[in-house]
Design a protein around this ligand. Structure first.
Ligand SMILES: Cc1cc2nc3c(=O)[nH]c(=O)nc-3n(C[C@H](O)[C@H](O)[C@H](O)COP(=O)(O)OP(=O)(O)OC[C@H]3O[C@@H](n4cnc5c(N)ncnc54)[C@H](O)[C@@H]3O)c2cc1C
Length: 398
């Protein structure tokens, strides 16, 4: 049996510092009006909060000086703490998609690429975007990334990329892009490739940034057209044709870190709802003493603990060096569904206040709803788990 990874005292200390920083310095920003048209914080606000995180020694807290990454179990306690406010991950630079992109570049980029594309991200001076999904109207890559329509073709010392992408979080305002495309070079790999791209580039045109249910991610989720984008060959990440393998390297930890951050948010939403239920009177006693309300908060406690345990278990598996594809699917379904139940109960316990902008509870509800879709919808994870059930059955048959 592989030995369980451990959580160092240094990581516990960092998690405690991040929690103090988010509660004391970032929560007050929740009422800051600097938001874009779809409700996401502006870059001015993001970089102001980051300056505070830098001063407090909690910027990019999951990556140690020198570039080493905390193990996944350690990352969990730090990212849960950063998630105690929807603004916390932006301030601490633990947010999506940058956190997942940093992880990928830390594992797959060469030294030169790391210096140029990863360093500014780790230092919190730049934002990045991951270009995989394509419009449903084109029947492009979505739940099934194998349906990718965006193409790349080798042309001398360059690659030329063409296609359309959508739901590209943070594309507006990012300076680093990771673009996926299918190799259509005659005699080429025929597989998917990943490219590191300087943004903005006139060959990547923003068609529109839709209004979406969530509002925590700067830049929103753009639909873009890529028209003859020329990328120098040395900006390919790894090898041609290996793009889907690299996507797997990124996806398991990235979907787990979403679980971590949104668990932090739901812990806070539960605190707010509990406070409401203990103070608010109805029918001669505090709401919490009405069984219908008390039981909702009791169920929250159970779901919060289940989410925490599932994250810690899956993090431990990733720490063994496993890709953890099955485990991260299980964790993503279990945690996102548990968090949805928690967020919904918090709204319900708080009545009208729960759906108003008075607290972050309504935002947490909206954010977690979207989380049940990105990084693999619940049904797609269950479908891939069902395939495993059948594989295991076949193996048992011999
Ligand atoms: C807020 C947000 C941010 C995002 N950020 C990014 C980003 O930065 N970069 C990026 O590349 N993409 C991003 N995405 C895209 C996201 O990864 C896709 O939305 C997701 O993969 C689903 O693809 P789709 O939307 O095309 O849904 P579809 O593929 O059209 O699927 C629709 C529904 O069909 C069902 N379904 C599909 N397959 C199966 C199956 N096998 N079994 C059962 N049911 C199934 C599921 O219920 C699914 O929700 C983001 C999405 C959202 C909502």
């Amino acid at each position: 049996m592989t030995e369980q990874s451990t959580i160092s005292a240094q990581a516990r200390d960092m998690a405690a510092r991040v929690e103090r920083f988010v509660r004391d310095e970032i929560v007050p920003y929740e009422k800051d009006p600097r938001r874009d048209h779809h409700g996401a914080p502006t870059d001015e606000l993001v970089y102001e909060m980051r300056a505070k995180a830098r001063a407090a020694g909690v910027l990019t807290p999951h990556i140690l000086p020198g570039g080493a990454h905390l193990n996944q179990r350690e990352t969990a306690i730090v990212l849960i703490a950063s998630g105690l406010s929807p603004l916390g991950p932006l301030a601490c630079n633990t947010m999506a998609p940058d956190e997942g992109n940093m992880y990928l570049l830390g594992h797959k980029a060469n030294a030169e690429q790391q210096e140029r594309f990863l360093k500014p991200l780790v230092e919190g001076r730049a934002r990045s975007a991951f270009f995989m999904t394509e419009p449903a109207a084109d029947n492009g890559a979505g739940s099934d990334p194998g349906m990718m329509l965006t193409t790349c073709r080798r042309d001398g010392n360059h690659w030329v990329i063409n296609g359309r992408k959508c739901f590209i979080t943070g594309a507006a305002g990012a300076s680093v892009g990771i673009v996926m495309a299918k190799d259509e070079t005659p005699g080429g790999s025929g597989g998917a490739c990943m490219f590191l791209v300087d943004l903005p580039d006139p060959a990547i045109r923003t068609d529109h940034v839709p209004n979406t249910i969530d509002s925590s991610m700067p830049g929103g989720h753009a639909t873009v057209t890529i028209d003859n984008l020329r990328v120098p060959a040395d900006q390919m990440l790894g090898e041609a044709g290996e793009g889907f393998k690299y996507a797997q390297v990124r996806l398991s930890p990235a979907r787990l870190s979403h679980c971590m951050r949104w668990l932090g948010c739901c812990i806070r939403a539960h605190e707010i709802a509990s406070d409401y239920a203990c103070r608010r009177m109805a029918f001669g006693k505090p709401l919490i003493e009405h069984e219908g309300v008390g039981f909702m908060l009791a169920e929250n406690l159970i779901d919060l603990k289940q989410a925490e345990l599932m994250i810690d278990w899956c993090a431990g598996v990733l720490d063994t060096g496993s890709l953890g594809t099955t485990e991260s699917s299980m964790a993503k379904v279990a945690v996102s569904e548990a968090l949805m139940r928690i967020a919904d109960r918090c709204v319900q316990v708080m009545g009208g206040t729960g759906v108003s902008e008075a607290t972050i509870v309504e935002q947490v509800f909206r954010e977690v709803r979207a989380f049940r879709i990105y990084d693999g919808p619940t049904e797609v994870h269950k479908w891939s788990l069902a395939k495993k059930v059948k594989r295991d059955w076949r193996e048992r048959q011999g």
